[in-house]
Design a protein around this ligand. Structure first.
Ligand code: ARG
Length: 459
């Protein structure tokens, strides 16, 4: 048991208490951020003549040696230390002696941990953004390929009107694009440096907080020392944004599962991205999509947990806040993993254009267009709606699609129909007539694709 305090204690910490309190098993993952923050701190301390230049250099060299030894496996981060901050400081003192004891001048673990978590989270946001961008690139590539792949669009999971696969995928493009912009917002809002806030009330040393902030690439220092050590808003925001990413991935997964079902057969999953059954030889299951859908609950859970943890905490730092880490780390790992796997699954998925077009044709997805045809020939829309309703009923009785009826059958229900009805209700016409901004027609879709392409180049 190695801890940084003990002077005012007359007894050893109870072993159970020590273990309950310790965080090294999970905060060891930000050793590099802890060392980076310490290097910036001593650089600033020397700049302010609080440390000499020799002391600064010795400490920095010691810290860099620790980082190197951890990275090449020579130094193990073991649980005999309470947390990563204790581990680094104790190792530094072992290596360079008494001068190492000056590292913590003008600093508390409260502002130190606030800094480490922000440094770690900033990198995670950039990685999440990179993964989202790669998903968007995959989507855009597929969108370009499928501007004329017709499929039914659904409402209430009932066939509604025909769309294209490009258009359907484009809906997800918009969702993940918004997710990226949320990442950017969070980064911008959180990018202030808490170091120098001390335990809660700043310090009596003449720290140059602006200098420390610039060394660590923050936009500036935080402006209230109590808030600096007590703020976890940015984690709640990130958990919320990741929950939204997961919600989008989960909806998409649900569609993949439906499309992959025996009844639909719109898609075929790549063998590398599906799994079999131990008993049923014929099975090829969409486990990746199911797991992504399932893991969404975990990320929502982390958001609810942290909101609940924070709600009763008086200012400033309280130990409750140590609970932020396992939650946030698990949610970050889960979201990143799901994004990477989902993108791989999507990129290797094959679409069965024949099944999709056939499904669109057989669900009366062109009924609205048949009604529009009548309207264009002078029939009021409400009457046209009724006439096409009768036609649909007739088709259901005969087991036919609108496209398959003879002109006499059309005329028996309304004399307004002429030969050009066939073109009016063809899948191609139904989609290609819809060309307002955001609609599935190829001309409209091509414009959107060009716009999204420019966005991916710019950002
Ligand atoms: N392990 C702690 C955490 O994650 C570090 C800060 C400890 N500060 C303290 N006063 N005990 O929050």
């Amino acid at each position: 048991m190695a801890q940084l305090w003990g002077g005012r204690f007359t007894k050893e910490t109870d072993k159970l208490v020590y273990d309950f309190n310790a965080s090294i098993s999970f905060d060891k993952r930000f050793y590099a951020q802890d060392i980076r923050g310490s290097i910036a701190h001593v650089t600033m301390l020397a700049g302010q003549n609080i440390l000499t230049e020799e002391e600064r250099d010795q400490i920095i060299e010691g810290l860099e040696d620790i980082r190197r030894d951890v990275e090449n496996g020579e130094l193990l981060i073991t649980e005999e230390y309470e947390d990563i901050h204790s581990f680094v400081e104790a190792n530094l003192i072992d290596r360079i002696g008494d001068v190492g004891k000056k590292l913590h001048t003008g600093r508390s673990r409260n502002d130190q941990v606030a800094l480490d978590m922000k440094l770690y989270t900033r990198d995670e946001i950039l990685e999440l953004d990179r993964l989202l961008k790669s998903l968007l690139e995959t989507l855009l590539h597929m969108m370009k390929e499928h501007t004329e792949t017709y499929m039914p669009g659904f409402t209430h999971l009932q066939k509604a009107q025909p769309v294209t696969l490009s258009h359907h995928l484009g809906a997800y493009f918009e969702m993940f694009k918004r997710d990226r912009s949320r990442m950017k917002d969070i980064y911008r809002r959180m990018n202030t440096c808490p170091l120098g806030a001390g335990a809660l009330a700043g310090t009596t040393y003449p720290l140059d907080r602006e200098y420390t902030a610039s060394l660590l690439e923050f936009d500036g220092p935080t402006l209230n020392s109590m808030d600096s050590v007590a703020d976890r808003d940015y984690l709640i925001e990130l958990l919320s944004a990741m929950s939204t990413v997961m919600m989008h991935l989960s909806r998409f997964s649900e569609e993949v599962i439906i499309w992959n079902s025996n009844e639909y057969q719109f898609v075929e999953l790549d063998d590398a991205f599906s799994t079999g059954s131990s008993i049923m030889p014929q099975k090829k299951n969409p486990d990746i999509a199911e797991l992504v859908r399932g893991k969404t609950g975990r990320v929502y859970g982390a958001l609810m947990s942290l909101l609940t943890t924070m709600k009763g905490i008086p200012l400033a730092y309280n130990k409750d806040m140590q609970e932020d880490k396992e939650l946030a780390f698990d949610a970050m790992d889960t979201t990143k993993g799901c994004l990477a796997l989902f993108t791989g699954m999507l990129a290797t998925m094959k679409f069965r254009k024949d099944r999709m077009a056939d499904s669109a044709k057989h669900g009366f997805t062109n009924a609205t267009d048949a009604a529009d045809y009548l309207v264009n020939h002078g029939v009021p829309f409400r009457d046209a709606h009724g006439i096409v309703g009768q036609l649909v009923l007739y088709c259901i009785e005969k087991g036919k699609a609108l496209d398959d009826l003879a002109l006499e059958e059309y005329k028996a229900i309304s004399p307004v129909f002429e030969d050009d009805i066939y073109e009016a209700v063809s899948m191609k016409t139904c989609v290609e007539m819809r060309n307002t901004i955001g609609a599935p027609g190829k001309a409209a879709m091509d414009k959107v694709i060009a716009q999204e392409e420019a966005y991916l180049i710019a950002e």
